[in-house]
Design a protein around this ligand. Structure first.
Ligand code: NIG
Ligand code: FE
Length: 398
């Protein structure tokens, strides 16, 4: 049987044949850091990769998909998004493009809109953006809360996020909400007490916006410690808008990832290089806030593990496109195309401490993206072009 398109149906095993260039991210399977195989095939069974190798030796399967020489790679792993929100900040974007700076102050606008929205409105937005991301090749996505900032609103955001992803992050410490403006330490106590206890059953991660104007080092450490005590694993919004303690704090608490990393001191780079903490770079945010990009070369040359993610949110980066972020990383952050593809797949998996996604080898999840292009190079070489031909998630055509 040959499959043209079977939407979302499990169909036994599936062999994708005639792949011109397959990125496996497994150096034991193919060439270079991306483990590239030419004229390859891959077999999915029960959601996992059952076989990968030369097309000429591919075993038979229940269904076959002819890639017709196209390139294929692991599904993107977007390890940083804020999809649970209501409202629109297009006006704020336009103001910035006319010269206004980004300060993070608009977060409170989204908090007000999110609190006022119904569950179904939030669910509709999360579902729409999740589908939008999937169509663009994102098969694993992390989703944060952080626009509720009360116990019931943070819990609701996480419950809705958990309906579409296992990678949910409690970000009650996004900013101090207006009703606590003159007593921020009381808000931190709420986050570290009742809020984290109520949120923990719906989250895997705890995050904090450690930044001037949001939470300082001591407050951030308290939030992360409370999250860890509640069984969550830490990750940190660090050094986005200026230099600060966020990256070193992330390393101190053995966070899976320090995200943004735009303003780094040498000590920050050294701390990351000597740790298992991934530096997650979010060039969509610098693009949409017209800010300087993080220095990816400096991090990579120091031996830091780098991930790329979208930071999709209505304020600083309203994109679900990993291809767009990858192209920015290559063009404006001086990452090689290989480094950028690795960072958007295997790097994201490291940032989420996942060993089952971000690469394609026997036993990994069968999350495969087929490109309307002969090579992964085209992701950066043909920016803005819809190159995602087919997305296979858990062995199923989506
Ligand atoms: O990652 N830095 C904090 N949070 C988001 C921005 C959210 C917003 O502006 O609504 C970020 O860029
Ligand atoms: Fe963010």
């Amino acid at each position: 049987m040959t499959v043209d398109h079977v939407d979302g149906e499990a169909m036994g095993s599936l062999v994708v044949t005639n792949i011109g260039e397959l990125v496996t991210n497994d150096a034991t399977l193919g060439e270079g850091m991306l483990g590239v195989l030419r004229d390859a095939a891959i077999v999915a069974e029960n959601g996992r990769v059952a076989w990968v190798g030369p097309a000429a030796r591919a075993p038979a399967a229940d269904a076959a998909l002819d890639a017709a020489g196209r390139a294929a790679l692991p599904g993107f792993v977007d390890s940083h998004t804020h999809l649970v929100f209501a409202g629109d900040r297009g006006g704020e974007f336009a103001t910035r493009m006319s010269g206004a700076p980004y300060t993070g102050g608009g977060i409170r606008t989204t908090v007000a809109a999110t609190r006022a929205a119904s569950d179904d409105e939030l669910r509709e937005t999360v579902g729409r953006l999740r589908r939008e991301a999937l169509r663009q090749g994102t098969t694993t996505i992390e989703i944060k809360s952080g626009y509720g900032l009360t116990v019931p609103h943070e819990v609701r955001s996480l419950r809705i996020a958990a309906e579409v992803s296992a990678e949910t992050t409690f970000l009650g410490a996004h900013v101090v909400p207006p009703e606590y403006a003159d007593r921020p330490d009381e808000y931190v106590s709420l986050v570290c007490g009742e809020m984290v206890t109520a949120a923990a059953p719906y989250a895997r991660w705890v995050d904090v916006f450690c930044e001037r104007g949001a939470f300082d080092e001591d407050q951030s450490r308290a939030v992360l410690s409370a999250g860890i005590a509640a069984g969550l694993m830490p990750r940190v919004h660090a050094n986005q808008l200026g230099p600060g303690p966020g990256v070193r704090l992330a390393v101190e608490v053995q966070a899976a990832s320090a995200d943004h990393c735009t303003y780094l001191a040498d000590a920050d780079v050294d701390a990351l290089a000597g740790s298992a903490t991934v530096a997650t770079l979010l060039p969509g945010a610098e693009f949409s806030t017209r800010s300087p990009y993080p220095n990816a070369r400096r991090l990579l040359d120091a031996g830091v593990t780098v991930a790329l993610a979208t930071d999709c949110n209505p304020g600083s980066s309203y994109t679900t496109s990993m291809s767009f972020c990858l192209a920015l990383a290559v063009r404006d952050m001086r990452m090689t195309p290989e480094e950028a593809v690795w960072a958007a797949t295997a790097g994201g998996a490291r940032a989420l401490r996942r060993t089952d996604v971000g690469h394609l080898a026997v036993g990994s999840r069968a999350d495969v993206v087929l490109l309307d292009a002969p090579s992964y190079l085209h992701l950066a070489y043909r920016p803005g072009v819809p190159l995602i031909h087919e997305v296979i998630q858990d062995g199923v055509l989506t």
